[in-house]
Structure formats: structure tokens, C-alpha cells
Write a protein that binds this ligand. Structure first.
Ligand code: ATP
Ligand code: MG
Length: 289
């Protein structure tokens, strides 16, 4: 299975939201990172056929998705960034409705709906109206509708927004479980959502793809440049000198993790630590958010 983007681009008026992009995706999980306005949702809406590209094409197993149309939509699951739920619908009723739209066979649909509600932990509210659910519950229902038809291509736009830490981990594990023989793309601001499960990290910056690597390759690039030190000067002073990736309290002391420039040497009183993907993110997008 292969999804190929060829010179894909999108402008809104004269705003270039996505600059000509070339990319090949095979089965696995892709984590799409980038600051607000980078073009993540635009990218995902193009693949979901909700937007017409301004140029270029998208091929699924060698065929243009605009030619495949219905046949592509049948294998696609999309979870939008904004809620797409109908508040007056019941939870189970909503999944039946979506399944019918996707042309699923009744028996398959009934089974899949119950099974997914179990997986996203909504079985106990399956007969309630959607408007009575909490934000996090609605988020999980949106994931369920995206996975309903066993899609080959799964597009998730900020799937963990508004989830508590435990549900966030559950959602991450559920997505990882679904990844076999599927292409899954997850856009997120929460680096830890994808750090562990993504086979590849895609980074978008102002509509351009600036990185396409494994998390390991990306963190490797920062080896020897991340240090932890006790914070004994005002934070602003440290920030003037280094990229400060995090500050933490431990046993009454405050520590800062800093990233030094490529040519810079180890800060005195700094202890080298392993870089993580959040450090990488900060390195790429440090000045922007
Ligand atoms: N319908 C639209 N009309 C005009 N400009 C748009 C439209 N949708 C998006 N944009 C612009 O295109 C750029 C990319 O937007 P997009 O929503 O793809 O970013 P994003 O990476 O998903 O951001 P976020 O992290 O905030 O969700 C932004 O500058 C945005 O203002
Ligand atoms: Mg977005």
C-alpha cells in the first residue's frame, strides 16, 4: 500500500498554506508536527478530499484519488480537528448513521460499532445523546467514527486534544494497535503523542516539509547539544543565551534543560542528557510559538 503526494500544493487566495510537497507514505504511523498555522490541517484535508489542491496530485496505489473517489473514501477514516458530531444523535445511533454513509453492511456495522465503543470506553453511554457527553468523550467518539469501516488510510487531526493523561495514553495505544497494514497520519502539538508510536515524524513549517525522519534519527542529530543545569540565574538570562527546553523542580532545586548551538561547547555546570523529540521540536520551531 502506498500513498504518493506529487507536487501537492494549496493556496487560499494568495496565502500559500502548503508549498509544493513530495512525499511517499507506506503503511505505518506518521506523526505530523508543526506550530499553529503550519499547514497540518490543510495537508490532511487535501488527503481526505475535503479540499481541492491548487496543484499536484495524490496517488493511492498508483491511482489518482480524484479518479478513485468513492473507492478511496471507502478505505479512508478521517477525524477532523473540529467536532463533526450531531448533538441530538444518540452515541450508537450516530455510529450507525456514519456507517450507513460509508456504505457498510448492516451486520458488519452493528458488530464494529459495539466493538469500537468498547475500545474507546463509551459502551456505558452508548444510548445517551451526544450533547450529554463530556468533551473528552466526544473526542473518543470521533475516533470511533474514523475507525468504523476498518480504513486502510487513517487521518487524525489533533486526536488527543482535551483528553486527560490516562485517556491520552489509551488513545495512543489504541492507535498503535490499529497501525498494522494501515497508513495512519496523526497531526498533533503534543510531541509525546507520537514520539513512541510513530514510525516517522513529519515536520511542517510555514507550509514546507522540513523533516521526514524517524524520531530516533531526529533526536540523534541533537546528541551532545542538550544539557541540564541547576537554575541559579534568572530564567531570562539563560534564555538569552540558550534555547531552554524545560524547567523542572526537583528536591527543592530548580533545573533547566538547555540546547546549545552547533558550534557551542558544553556549558560549565551543565550535565549532558539524552535529547528527546520535544527538544528537537524546539530546535526547529523554538522562536515561533
Ligand atoms: N479556509 C481558509 N481560508 C484562508 N486561509 C486559511 C484557511 N484555512 C487555513 N488557512 C490558513 O492557512 C494556513 C495553514 O492553516 P492550517 O489550518 O492548515 O494550519 P495548522 O497547521 O492545522 O494549524 P493549527 O495547529 O492551528 O491547527 C494558516 O495560515 C491559516 O490561516
Ligand atoms: Mg490544524
Amino acid at each position: 500500500m502506498m500513498l504518493e503526494l506529487k507536487n501537492l500544493k494549496k493556496s487560499y487566495g494568495n496565502k500559500e498554506a502548503l508549498k509544493p510537497l513530495n512525499l511517499q507514505l507506506s503503511s505505518g504511523i506518521y506523526g505530523l508536527l508543526g506550530p499553529n498555522g503550519a499547514g497540518k490541517s490543510t495537508f490532511m484535508k487535501l488527503i481526505s478530499m475535503l479540499l481541492e489542491p491548487s496543484g499536484g496530485e495524490i496517488l493511492f496505489d498508483g491511482k489518482d484519488i480524484r479518479v478513485l473517489k468513492k473507492d478511496f473514501l471507502k478505505v479512508l477514516g478521517y477525524m477532523p480537528q473540529q467536532t463533526c458530531l450531531y448533538p441530538e444523535f444518540g452515541v450508537l445511533e450516530y455510529l450507525y448513521y456514519i456507517g450507513a454513509l460509508k456504505g457498510m453492511e448492516r451486520k458488519v456495522l452493528f458488530g464494529a460499532a459495539e466493538e469500537l465503543l468498547e475500545k474507546v470506553r463509551l459502551s456505558n453511554v452508548k444510548n445517551q445523546k451526544i450533547k450529554t457527553l463530556s468533551g473528552g468523550m466526544q473526542q473518543r467518539l470521533m475516533l470511533a467514527q474514523a475507525l468504523l469501516n476498518q480504513p486502510k488510510m487513517v487521518i487524525l487531526d489533533e486526536p488527543t486534544a482535551g483528553l486527560d493523561p490516562k485517556k491520552r495514553i489509551e488513545m495512543r495505544n489504541l492507535i498503535a494497535e490499529y497501525a498494522r497494514d494501515r497508513i495512519i497520519i496523526i497531526a498533533t502539538h503534543v510531541v509525546s503523542d507520537v514520539e513512541l508510536i510513530a514510525n516517522k515524524i513529519l515536520m511542517l513549517d510555514h507550509g514546507s516539509l522540513v523533516a521526514e525522519n524517524t524520531a530516533w534519527e531526529l533526536t540523534e542529530q541533537l546528541n551532545g547539544r542538550v544539557f541540564e543545569m541547576e537554575l541559579n540565574v534568572p530564567l531570562e538570562k539563560l534564555e538569552a543565551r540558550y534555547k531552554v527546553s524545560s524547567v523542572c523542580h526537583r528536591k527543592g532545586n530548580i533545573y533547566a534543560k538547555v540546547i546549545v548551538g552547533e558550534e557551542e561547547k558544553q556549558p560549565e555546570n551543565g550535565k549532558e542528557v539524552y535529547p528527546d523529540l520535544e527538544d528537537v521540536y524546539l530546535c526547529y520551531f523554538g522562536g515561533e510559538e
